[in-house]
Design a protein around this ligand. Structure first.
Ligand SMILES: [Zn+2]
Length: 199
């Protein structure tokens, strides 16, 4: 089932996600619905906060991305990130690599905005998968960026928080308008402008 993606101004986007103690049918259904929702929006990632659930669950899919490469190791074994997608991560813990780079990001909760964000080029992470097992993740490229963006969501952090103050100042009036429209419910049923490959 396709879910509604909440827009900037929705308070739940600022909530830290609760740890998932039990991976049951509800969580499995939610993950499947989030994958369907992300794909329908041409997104690369989606966090549970964005569909109104403040819990530690995120999905990522780089299978449609041709121009921004990724690498992935799962439990030390190199896998094709496209074949491994969609990826579901539960209760992820992330360690950032030291080398950083700037890259363009969009976010499904900010349909009209993109920004240059500095992120680590590589990440190490540990997370549970839908079958409850623990997996070690080593990622680089777009996938590393996506994981950082999604783990931020799970902690109530939004990509605008990581923009330069100049970029944020340039977006200030737009952000204010988005927030007001969300609060008034205007954005609720409006089909958002799509930002390709948003997170
Ligand atoms: Zn996002």
């Amino acid at each position: 089932m396709r879910l509604r993606i909440l827009q900037y101004g929705s308070p739940v986007l600022r909530s830290k996600g609760q740890r998932i103690e039990k991976i049951d049918d509800r969580i499995r259904r939610l993950a499947a619905d989030m994958i369907e929702t992300m794909r329908a929006a041409n997104g690369v990632g989606l966090a549970a906060q964005q569909i109104g659930e403040p819990i530690q669950l995120t999905v990522v899919d780089v299978s449609q991305i041709e121009d921004r490469p990724s690498t992935l190791k799962l439990n030390g074994r190199e896998v094709d990130p496209k074949t491994a997608s969609p990826l579901v991560f539960i209760n992820p813990e992330i360690v950032l690599g030291t080398e950083t780079s700037l890259g363009v990001e969009g976010c499904l909760s900010f349909p009209e905005i993109t920004g240059e964000i500095e992120r680590s080029q590589t990440v190490h992470a540990r997370a549970q998968t839908l079958d409850g097992s623990m997996v070690e993740i080593e990622a680089s490229g777009l996938l590393a960026r996506a994981l950082q963006h999604e783990v931020d969501h799970l902690n109530g952090i939004l990509f605008i928080d990581r923009m330069s103050s100049a970029a944020k100042a340039a977006l200030a009036s737009k952000l204010k308008r988005m927030q007001k429209e969300t609060e008034r419910g205007i954005r609720k049923n409006r089909r958002p402008l799509e930002t390709e490959h948003a997170l």
